[in-house]
Design a protein around this ligand. Structure first.
Ligand code: SF4
Ligand code: SF4
Length: 208
């Protein structure tokens, strides 16, 4: 994703996303489709245009390059070849936000994994929410969960206020198995699960 070029760091950053994007008609095959406002009855009318699947609307799918794991049997192994064989093309948060139209009701950041470029997706989200002008725009992430704890809080807040969700794809519960499958311990991910629960509990309004 990044390299030291003559003493300077170059590559993806918060203003330069290494990614591809496309639209998916709703309801999608998103892994959270059975609970999300775009595909189920959840969240209507605050976070959804329809009680049930949001036919006629679409999801902006943002497919980030790069990943923090090195899984056996990676289904996205092509990205490693793309990153090493081609000059990277970058997309700014502003450019992404400009493709959002009246029929776009959610954004899903996923990919190989969005974790390596979180500042870019957070900036894009803030910009998109600022520009949405009363429209519904849910923000969701789909990730392996190996994330910075500080940025995680920002993600949770953005998803909560927009009616979106964060999906953790836990590869294995047992640490040794997780290391064998991905090359990385799952301790940080388990901590992040707890952090999300703690954050939501703290934010919940008190009952009267
Ligand atoms: S991006 Fe979010 S709101 Fe949209 S279909 Fe996927 S889970 Fe549902
Ligand atoms: S988390 Fe996904 S994209 Fe990353 S190495 Fe594993 S299978 Fe591949």
């Amino acid at each position: 994703m990044r390299e030291n070029f003559k003493g300077c760091l170059r590559g993806a950053d918060s203003q330069k996303g290494s990614l591809e994007f496309y639209f998916d008609s709703l309801p999608t095959n998103c892994v959270a489709s059975w609970v999300c406002p775009g595909c189920s009855e959840a969240g209507f009318p605050e976070f959804s245009y329809r009680l049930g699947p949001e036919y006629g609307y679409k999801n902006l799918a943002v497919f980030y390059n790069g990943c923090s794991f090195n899984c056996l049997f990676c289904q996205n192994y092509h990205f490693r070849e793309t990153l090493t064989s081609l000059p990277q093309k970058f997309i700014s948060p502003q450019q992404l936000v400009e493709v959002i139209d009246d029929k776009t009701s959610c954004i899903c950041y996923f990919g190989r994994d969005p974790a390596c470029q979180l500042p870019h997706s957070i900036l894009t989200s803030k910009l998109a929410l600022k520009n949405k002008k009363g429209r519904i725009l849910r923000i969701c992430w789909e990730t392996n969960g190996f994330l910075s704890k500080n940025l995680l809080k920002e993600m949770v807040e953005i998803s909560l206020v927009s009616g979106g969700c964060i999906k953790f794809d836990l590869k294995a519960y047992t640490e040794s198995l997780h290391i064998a499958l991905t090359g990385v311990s799952n301790r940080q991910i388990m901590e992040n699960f707890k952090e999300v629960v703690r954050y939501i509990d703290k934010r919940r309004p008190p009952f009267y």
